[in-house]
Design a binder for this molecule. Structure first.
Ligand code: FAD
Length: 284
């Protein structure tokens, strides 16, 4: 495996006291294999927001590995975003995943869209306020963003985010490697030079996978869905099959030139570490 590949791990801020109790050991277990960075999601408009900064602080202080908060602009103001950026800068953060975000369904009816409407405006705002201080990652959708009606326009919007100053992109997860390779080819044709790292989600639970995928527009191939559904409550078989499918996907992506993998860990170390070992990545 080439040594210049970059692997990163995504966490979410725990939603329960028990989740927070388990966070240190989760971080330690994942940090043991020395990822390039961790990222921590940010719940747009919700109570998870303070949790992002706290989880980022814990990753950095326990491991010394870079921790990148996700930052969304939906439902927020320039002043609030400027304040958060300054807090992150003051606490040593140098990488941010910049997103528009989605408002929780319950607050959609009475929520303002936010002063910055799209992620490209957020990227431009961060650059305007902080120059090159932050490395900025943005989201990419090889299978097209779920709200986009026109795939070509969706791709143009992605190009605008990069032109606004993004340093790299992390994709929504997918199980069809061709969608990723096609997206990367279009990036090359558009003259983009930033790395587009595939986001990969381990398969651990059929119902959860189908729920997430319906919400975020990721396609679960029919044959994968049918095999998973046939295992019913047999968790061990679901996970063994999921591991096989996702390991093969990662191998295909890396052989095909992907610059690394961003793992959506779902705050569980073992599914990601099993993939890691299956791929023959170094275990320190
Ligand atoms: P944008 O790039 O702004 O695009 C959103 C939609 O608007 C797309 O359909 C696009 O085609 C369209 N669009 C963009 N620009 C324009 C324009 N100028 N005019 C018209 N239409 C336009 N969500 C969270 O809430 N918190 C997180 O921490 C989080 N982390 C994520 C991490 C990754 C790696 C990914 C892939 C997604 C993440 N999300 C997160 C989900 C993301 O916030 C949603 O998918 C959201 O709907 C879009 O965010 P974006 O940054 O891609 O938006």
């Amino acid at each position: 495996m080439p040594s210049d590949l970059h692997f990163s791990f995504e966490l979410f801020p725990p939603r329960t006291p028990v989740g927070w109790e388990k966070l240190p050991s989760l971080i330690d277990d994942l940090a043991a294999v020395k990822p390039a960075f961790f990222s921590v999601t940010y719940g747009a408009g919700g109570s998870e927001q303070d949790g992002t900064a706290e989880a980022v602080r814990q990753v950095a202080s326990r491991t010394g590995i870079e921790a990148a908060p996700h930052l969304t602009c939906v439902g927020s103001s320039r002043a609030r975003i400027a304040q958060l950026l300054q807090q992150y800068r003051d606490s040593g953060v140098t990488r941010i995943v910049a997103l528009r975000g989605d408002l929780p369904a319950t607050s959609l009816s009475n929520a303002a869209p936010g002063e910055l409407r799209y992620a490209d405006e957020l990227v431009a705002f961060v650059r305007e306020q902080h120059g090159d201080h932050f490395t900025l990652e943005v989201a990419a959708y090889p299978e097209v963003h779920p709200q986009a009606t026109d795939p070509a326009a969706d791709f143009r919007h992605f190009v605008r985010k990069v032109q606004a100053g993004a340093d790299g992109a992390v994709t929504q997860y997918f199980y069809n490697a061709d969608a990723y390779f096609d997206f990367v080819e279009r990036c090359t044709q558009a003259g983009l030079q930033v790395p587009v790292v595939p986001g990969v989600m381990p398969i651990v639970n059929t119902a959860q996978l189908l729920r997430f995928s319906a919400a975020c527009g990721a396609e679960v191939p029919r044959w994968v869905r049918l095999r998973l559904e046939a295992y019913g409550d047999d968790k061990a078989s679901v996970q063994a099959f999921g591991l096989e499918v996702v390991s093969r996907l990662c191998e295909t992506l890396l052989k095909g030139g992907a610059p690394g993998v961003h793992f959506y860990t779902l705050n569980q170390a073992e599914p990601t570490l099993k993939l890691w070992r299956n791929l023959g990545l170094p275990v320190i």
